[in-house]
Design a binder for this molecule. Structure first.
Ligand SMILES: [Fe+2]
Ligand SMILES: [Fe+2]
Length: 364
């Protein structure tokens, strides 16, 4: 049995509008970038591939997919207690991360419009998809009498600056991990319809094809920039981004174990499968992938998750022996745990990776 974070009732900004979760290292981020550098990207070596993807995006296969059919028209009060809180949390995180994609893609398409029309078109179509995804999730939240104020989020969230190279690495990975996260939940629901607590999951099969297409676009963009994969520095960055995304995924899945258990998914198996599949997929874009079969790989990531849950316990525990804990006392308690997480991540980073360039052609 996996121990997850305790969940409390959602805080409200105003009636029916949920206060966004506190920003931490693990909450979905909002990004901004160097738009001038993005406009100057030379994509000529992958132009044919990128144009083909733009045409696929233009075709808009999911135009009629995001419809709230009659299955949604009912009362959801029977989803209650911890399951309800965990599900709302899942909807909120998913909505925030979809909306973050929308904002970045929309801004990129606006700024690149007259400079790099192929990229501008692609970003415009991808922004369209992410807006649909975020909107659909927000309407699902409304079924639970809550919603996110997306314009409030736009104005009040912190934007993290990433240069275009980092955006390409991280968004590629987040689209591909998004694909695997959605499709694995969908396949689980197909096999176990008794866990279909809400019709949203039925939408995931076509939905995840949007994420797959977005990922393919970023793959072509990445391959059009040889400096992102053909040298030792790129290899070190790729290892770093793969590990960051996989570690964040592990920590968030185990923090939200209650939600996965409530829909009959074993969080540990799910996390392992999502990471392995995403890692294998990444061999099509990256010069290397991580060795997830190494016996230390998941052991250390899961150890980080245990330590992360202990950190959260310290954060959430105010009273100690009847007295309030001072921030300094809490910090001293947390320091060895943080050091231990960093140590495990470093050891995982140092596991010899798998060369993907030599695998290319055999991976499908
Ligand atoms: Fe999306
Ligand atoms: Fe996407």
């Amino acid at each position: 049995m996996v121990k997850s974070l305790e969940t409390s009732q959602p805080e409200l900004l105003k009636p029916g509008v949920k206060a966004p979760v506190q920003e931490t290292l693990l909450t979905p981020r909002f990004y901004t970038t160097d738009f001038e550098a993005a406009a100057q990207l030379d994509i000529s070596s992958q132009e044919a591939e990128l144009l083909a993807i733009v045409e696929e995006l233009r075709a808009d296969y999911n135009r009629h997919h995001f419809v709230r059919d009659e299955e949604f028209q009912q009362c959801w009060d029977h989803i209650d207690g911890e399951t309800r809180v965990a599900f709302i949390d899942f909807l909120e995180r998913s909505c925030t991360s979809e909306f973050s994609g929308f904002l970045l893609f929309k801004e990129l398409s606006r700024r690149l419009k007259n400079r790099n029309p192929i990229l501008a078109d692609a970003f415009n179509f991808m922004a369209r998809d992410e807006a649909r995804h975020a909107g659909f999730l927000n309407k699902s939240m409304a079924d639970f009498n809550l919603s996110l104020d997306l314009s409030y989020l736009t104005k009040n969230r912190t934007y993290t600056f990433f240069p275009p190279e980092w955006i390409i690495y991280t968004v590629y990975l987040s689209e591909k991990i998004g694909y695997w996260r959605y499709i694995l939940v969908y396949r689980h629901m197909e096999k176990h319809p008794e866990h279909q607590i809400y019709p949203l999951f039925r939408k995931f099969e076509s939905w995840c094809q949007d994420e797959n297409r977005h990922g393919d676009f970023f793959k072509a963009l990445l391959r059009s920039q040889p400096q992102l994969w053909n040298n030792w520095r790129a290899r070190l960055w790729v290892r770093f981004f793969l590990l960051s995304v996989f570690a964040t995924h592990t920590l968030t899945v185990f923090e939200r174990a209650t939600f996965y258990q409530s829909i009959g998914i074993d969080p540990r198996e799910y996390n392992t499968r999502v990471i392995q599949e995403t890692n294998n997929t990444a061999a099509r874009a990256f010069p290397l992938i991580l060795n997830t079969n190494h016996p230390e790989f998941f052991r250390r990531l899961e150890k980080c998750s245990d330590l992360n849950l202990k950190l959260a316990e310290i954060n959430n525990s105010d009273a100690y022996g009847g007295k309030l804990r001072s921030p300094i006392f809490k910090f001293c308690q947390k320091l060895p745990l943080i050091a231990s997480i960093v140590g495990h991540l470093l050891q995982t980073y140092l596991i010899k990776p798998v060369d993907a360039e030599s695998l290319r052609g055999t991976v499908h």
